[in-house]
Design a binder for this molecule. Structure first.
Ligand SMILES: Nc1ncnc2c1ncn2[C@@H]1O[C@H](COP(=O)(O)OP(=O)(O)OP(=O)(O)O)[C@@H](O)[C@H]1O
Ligand SMILES: [Mg+2]
Length: 232
């Protein structure tokens, strides 16, 4: 098996200027993800789980360490050093991310949001239209909401839309930050079906899950983080 992602000694801290204090979010985190694997990250609240995912997605700029990603577009590339332009390309075409919190574009309807994400990956409009309908139906987003702005959606509706958008892109690497946290059992089941489908298609996934039972049924391995460090 080939490694699609290999993280070495990744560290990130934050300066809290008001308190003139530095917080170590993660320190010397190393992990490897092979092509087609689904790996979980677990740990207490505040242990640094989201920070790892955000460094890969480059929402956060890593402070030290390497994040080697085997890109289809660029070959092996260190995401800790990659230019912003390359990161934009990678996010558009290869690396998907479902955030723990919801940030949806204003003034874009639910349907446009999903469709646009698919078109960005280079697929044609007909495919994007069909796939958008399939995904919104799968996640049972009420048809009346399809042409509405997500700003007024409920938490669960926003989350289902976010997941639908990320998965519809069929990314090579999908980062999931507690995608099921605020969903009811039926919706969790829908996420599970899609995750299994993506696994079947060879998508590599790295996920943080609140619901350990949910995760254990899907993940092949687990990295546990405590106080910003990976436990052996
Ligand atoms: N942008 C930021 N500015 C300052 N501190 C931050 C920032 N992002 C994260 N932190 C701090 O880094 C630490 C790790 O945060 P992180 O969000 O990675 O935790 P987590 O394991 O995802 O927690 P949770 O399970 O609650 O989501 C926390 O102490 C947090 O307060
Ligand atoms: Mg988090």
């Amino acid at each position: 098996m080939q490694a699609i992602l290999s993280i070495q000694k990744l560290s990130k801290s934050f300066m809290l200027h008001q308190k003139n204090k530095r917080i170590r979010a993660i320190e010397d985190v190393s992990l490897t993800l092979h092509e087609g694997e689904f790996i979980g990250i677990t740990g207490k609240s505040g242990s640094g789980k989201s920070t790892v995912l955000k460094c890969i997605h480059r929402t956060y700029l890593p402070e030290a360490g390497e994040i080697w990603y085997n890109s289809r577009l660029y070959g092996p590339i260190d995401l800790a050093q990659a230019s912003e332009r390359i990161m934009i390309e990678l996010r558009r075409e290869e690396i998907g991310y479902v955030s723990q919190f919801l940030n949806v574009m204003p003034r874009t309807t639910a349907k446009e949001l999903v469709k646009h994400a698919i078109v960005e990956t280079g697929r044609d409009a007909d495919y994007a239209e069909r796939e958008t309908v399939r995904m919104l139906e799968h996640f049972e987003l009420d048809r009346e909401l399809w042409d509405s702005y997500p700003a007024t959606f409920s938490g669960g509706e926003k989350l289902r839309l976010n997941i639908a958008r990320a998965m519809a892109k069929r990314p090579r690497l999908l980062l999931l930050d507690e995608p099921t946290a605020s969903l009811d059992e039926a919706s969790k089941g829908k996420v599970k079906v899609l995750i299994e489908q993506l696994m079947g298609e060879g998508t590599t996934m790295l996920g943080i899950f609140h619901d350990l039972e949910f995760m254990n049924h899907l993940c092949s391995r687990e990295y546990r983080i405590r106080d910003g460090r990976v436990l052996a």
